[in-house]
Write a protein that binds this ligand. Structure first.
Ligand code: V0D
Length: 264
């Protein structure tokens, strides 16, 4: 009698990662995935480790998720690595974080090149430490001809500042007389954002249970599907990404073939 009550509901058919990947590839793959990589500090705290240990582990997750996204045929992956708000953190933590691009690229740039990944960044480059700027610049230079996944790091990025900057560029052209105000439309604004070379994200993922945008890609996310998960970023693995992609594909299927065109 009791065994009936405690028996767990039948587990979902266990699939290997390879099976999940190949199933996903039979359906519409999001062209652009954006991720707010939250929960690194909390991951460390749970283990009684310093916060920086969580950031370091989170860096490894970026590598893992980039590889899978590229294998799936995702065209662009934008990761929110450092917001303009993050400067308020303790100086030693910020200093550590600013070394991560060098470590990441020192370890993984060869394999990114092998995977044909193109590294780009968006955000205010000029106020980053020189050593950080230099590491990112070199990686962008060495991968600029690559035609695979575009790995876009949002570094020192804030969406309202991005929009304000676009407005300045547009206003300047109007003032100079090279643009008429009637030509200001949605496309023109998109073309003046830092994402001018990328399609709008199809899927936004935010880890760690927070359900807000935190000044991330406000313009670009107008039609994006959102996926929030309690999983902390360092724990976010291949199966977690496939959960998000499969959910996206399910929603896409429900709305029919129109969705892809509507969003761009
Ligand atoms: C810390 C979780 C990789 C979020 C990921 C400077 C917080 C790990 C990079 C990186 C950070 C950036 C540019 C680049 C190559 C790698 C990174 C920062 C933080 C902020 F060209 N991880 N990562 N950058 N974290």
């Amino acid at each position: 009698m009791l065994h009936k009550l405690i028996r767990r509901k039948p587990e979902r058919q266990k699939q290997t990662l390879e099976e999940r990947i190949s199933h996903s590839k039979n359906e519409h793959i999001p062209s652009h995935i954006a991720i707010i990589m939250d929960g690194n500090g909390r991951w460390a705290k749970k283990r009684a480790l310093p916060r920086v240990a969580g950031h370091h582990e989170g860096m490894k997750t970026v590598r893992k998720i980039t590889r899978l996204a590229n294998d799936l045929g995702v065209r662009a992956l934008t990761v929110y690595a450092f917001s303009t708000e993050n400067w308020k953190r303790p100086k030693l933590e910020v200093d550590f974080i600013m070394r991560l691009p060098e470590e990441f690229l020192g370890k993984y740039l060869p394999e990114l090149i092998e995977q044909n990944v193109k590294v780009v960044m968006m955000g205010e480059n000029e106020t980053l430490p020189k050593h950080t700027q230099e590491a990112v610049r070199k990686a962008m230079e060495q991968t600029k001809e690559n035609t695979g996944l575009v790995l876009n790091f949002a570094l020192n990025y804030g969406s309202r500042a991005e929009i304000a900057q676009a407005m300045q560029k547009i206003s300047q052209q109007i003032q100079l007389g090279t643009l008429d105000y009637t030509e200001v439309n949605e496309d023109l604004i998109s073309q003046h954002l830092m994402t001018c070379d990328l399609p709008d994200p199809d899927l936004l993922i935010r880890t760690s249970g927070e359900v807000r945008l935190s000044n991330f890609m406000l313009w670009q996310l107008a039609y994006t599907e959102f996926w929030f998960t309690d999983t902390l970023w360092p724990d976010f693995d291949e199966d977690c990404l496939l959960d998000a992609v499969e959910s996206y594909q399910k929603r896409n299927r429900r709305y029919g073939g129109l969705k892809g065109e509507e969003t761009n």
